[in-house]
Design a binder for this molecule. Structure first.
Ligand code: 13P
Length: 249
């Protein structure tokens, strides 16, 4: 079933005290929409964040994970480790992971498989760079990112996947895709799913938009028929802004 979701990706912001303080602030906000709410604090704070949100409807999710179950991968974290601290959802394929940590479609396919094997839900991110958009190649790039990392899966796997279209040129830049640009791409993504997996998978897929979403533009973006929510960076670090976005539905 398609859902409305607003997820805050905190990236490498907020140490443990700041995480606890922001969660306390978030818990004071009022939610007037029926969107599912998620926050992705840094890995070292996940356990405390999970405990601090236990009696709320905020789900604590992870920003990344490794594909292996365990072993000699210094500095990495496995799906079962995340699950052991209460995390059931993981963001994979964020453009910052792709750009700064060389995460390829091939590697992401392995991470996707590992997350699914561990019964985790995935928020799978992708999006074109400015040069791609300027050359009119955005659909080609996005289509191949989706196909390369996800199209080896069976249709049933898509029940555990949320897609997040994040054009790289709109992340942290203050420049948002226009509601029409977001809608056009989300429609293309749904069509791409439809062609391979049929109507049901395409219709049921929750597709988030990410890239400079703010209280001022959330309503218009979320108002588009194929935009089911947002993956929020900067504005997720301010409790009132985050809830204004959540309540924009
Ligand atoms: P901003 O909202 O800061 O542009 O970040 C978007 C993002 O990358 C969320 O994952």
């Amino acid at each position: 079933m398609r859902k409305n979701i607003v997820a805050g990706n905190w990236k490498m912001n907020n140490d443990l005290p700041a995480t606890e303080a922001l969660i306390l602030d978030l818990l004071k906000q009022e939610q007037t929409s029926n969107a599912e709410v998620m926050i992705a604090p840094t890995t070292v704070s996940l356990f405390q964040a999970f405990n601090a949100t236990k009696n709320s409807n905020i789900e604590v999710i992870a920003q990344n994970m490794h594909y292996a179950e365990s072993g000699a991968y210094t500095g990495e974290i496995s799906a079962s480790m995340l699950k052991s601290v209460g995390v059931k959802t993981v963001i994979l394929g964020h453009s910052e992971r792709r750009a700064y940590f060389n995460e390829t479609d091939e590697l992401l396919a392995k991470k996707v498989d590992a997350a699914l094997k561990n019964n985790m839900r995935i928020i799978f991110c992708f999006g074109e760079e400015l040069t791609d958009r300027k050359a009119g190649n955005q659909e080609k790039i996005v289509g191949s990112q989706i196909k390369n990392a996800l199209f080896h899966l069976e249709a049933a796997a898509f029940k555990h996947i949320v897609l997040a279209y994040e054009p790289v040129w709109a992340i942290g830049t203050g420049e948002t895709a226009s509601p029409k640009q977001a809608q056009d791409m989300h429609q293309f993504i749904r069509q791409t799913l439809n062609t391979k997996y049929g109507n049901q998978v395409a219709d049921d897929m929750t597709i988030l938009y990410g890239g400079s979403v703010k209280p001022a533009n959330a309503k218009e973006i979320f108002g588009k028929p194929d935009v089911d929510g947002g993956l929020i960076g900067g504005a997720a670090l301010k409790s009132q802004d985050f809830y204004a976005i959540i309540n924009a539905f």
